[in-house]
Design a protein around this ligand. Structure first.
Ligand code: SDX
Length: 428
């Protein structure tokens, strides 16, 4: 296969290199396109444009394949833990026993947050959305750890910044939840592993020792693993482009959290439950809502359906759907919206509108049902997505900096007014 592509434009013809990745994806490298032809490319939403070369995560949208550092998501979800997957994504390999114990120990040293951070919590209105709080609180870490502002930290200094963020994010997420209830904050306990500690801080009580059900810890591990990275999605691209301006890690991740908040992206897991509740309260007429989703004049979309890359089943949705039945049965939870979700999925997957457009359930379609069974309120779902995606965002930011990528600055095609003369106010 030729390793060049020819672009012919008018009298000009230019050959551009074609690069091929380790999973046989190929791309035209257009770095020299503008210099040689004066042309740029235009690709609204970057549907056909690669922003970088990355060794972290591989997606095959046509075949529903997802791999972290070469390992299939199905194996990691079944056999690994979230902390081990975080290590894999950030450092590029599965840790040995000493490495994972050291990683866990380092994180346990940094789970507390500065006591002054509590003042931020007190400043938020009681009903403020957890994602807005999280984005602000994570960015505020740069105030408490100003050494992180140095874009030229040594690898050791950068790693400490990474460890602090991984450790403190779980504490901050649990405190956002506790503050929403008006409950006293629960502090981390170093005797627990990462996920158990998070669940302890979230559902523990000051008045008595609450034993966290291993079924719940296992389900949370799986959910966090499934959300840990997803190559160049909207929020990860945001983290990379903010980081490309030599922005510190905390500010870059804060920007990613804001991007994830969008209902078309990570906010979909909250929107799915709200949609299922709306259908239930409307009498459960699934066909009516499927038709609304197909109607171009109706803004309603089937939340949790469709994906920019997956044109087959999202492998994560398959795993979560199975976990749904398993976890709800083990916890003895009967959630009526699960039945509606299954009816909706069946109706959509047999409808030509969805089949022709290759719209399948994505990671957000079933995840909210499990989060709800684990005891989380709906407006915390996207915050849980962010907690899971944190190691992926960190890994992508770290890779971008290690590769010394230039500041991200796309071009445009100008279509506005040309050569207007200023008209004084009195004459307008
Ligand atoms: C995540 O990118 C990632 O990797 C993201 C993510 C990650 O892990 O980081 O996987 C997480 O964000 C998952 C997606 C969560 N969002 C939702 O569930 C929201 C509902 N889905 C859509 O809004 C939509 O499918 C997107 C945003 C996910 C993808 O949009 P695209 O790729 O821009 O596709 P499109 O909007 O151009 O849709 C193509 C066609 C259109 O119809 P036509 O114009 O061809 O007639 O499909 C239709 C759309 O109207 N369509 C839908 C639909 N999704 C697409 N119609 C009804 N319901 C839907 N959900």
């Amino acid at each position: 296969m030729s390793s060049t592509a020819t672009i012919t434009y008018g009298e000009q013809s230019v050959q551009l290199p074609v690069i091929t990745g380790t999973e046989n994806e190929s791309a035209i490298d257009i770095a020299k396109l503008r210099d040689t032809t004066g042309l740029i490319t235009l690709d609204s939403g970057f549907k056909n444009t690669g922003a970088t070369k990355s060794a972290i995560t591989y997606l095959d949208g046509e075949n529903g394949i997802l791999k972290y550092r070469g390992y299939a998501i199905e194996e990691l979800a079944e056999k690994s833990t979230f902390l081990e997957v975080a290590y894999l994504l950030i450092y590029g390999k599965l840790p040995n026993k000493k490495e994972i114990e050291d990683f866990q120990f380092q994180i346990s040293r940094h789970t507390l947050v500065h006591e002054d951070m509590k003042k931020f919590f007190d400043g938020f209105p009681s009903k403020s959305h957890p994602m807005g709080q999280l984005s602000s609180l994570i960015c505020s870490l740069s105030s408490f750890y100003p050494e992180s502002l140095n874009p030229h930290q040594t690898p050791e200094e950068q790693n400490l910044t990474i460890i602090k963020l991984l450790a403190k994010m779980a504490t901050i997420v649990s405190w956002i939840y506790k503050k929403s209830l008006g409950h006293p904050l629960i502090y981390p306990q170093n005797k627990y592993d990462y996920v158990t500690n998070f669940m302890h801080m979230t559902f523990g009580q000051r008045t008595e020792e609450v034993v966290i059900d291993p079924v719940v810890v296992n389900a949370m591990n799986v959910l966090l693993i499934l959300h840990a990275d997803h190559e160049q999605n909207c929020s990860t691209s945001t983290v990379r482009i903010v980081g490309s301006a030599d922005c510190n890690l905390y500010a870059s991740i804060s920007a990613g959290i804001s991007a994830l908040w969008g209902p078309l992206h990570g906010g979909a897991n909250q929107a799915v439950i709200e949609m299922l509740e709306q259908i239930k309260n409307d009498g459960g007429d699934v066909a009516k809502w499927v038709n609304k989703a197909k109607d171009k004049n109706d803004p309603f979309r089937l939340m949790g359906f469709g994906h920019r890359v997956y044109k087959n089943f999202d492998p994560r949705a398959k795993i979560i759907k199975k976990a749904c039945d398993d976890v709800l049965a083990k916890l003895g939870v009967n959630d009526p919206v699960l039945d509606i979700a299954k009816q909706l999925e069946a109706a959509a997957l047999s409808d030509p509108y969805f089949v022709e457009r290759k719209l399948y359930p994505n990671v957000d379609f079933y995840s909210g049902i499990i989060y709800r069974a684990l005891g989380f309120p709906t407006d915390m779902f996207t915050v849980l997505f962010a907690l899971g995606r944190l190691p992926g965002w960190i890994a992508q930011w770290k890779e971008m900096r290690e590769n010394k990528e230039p500041i991200g600055r796309p071009r445009q095609v100008y279509v506005g007014e040309v050569d207007l003369k200023y008209v004084p106010l009195a004459q307008r």
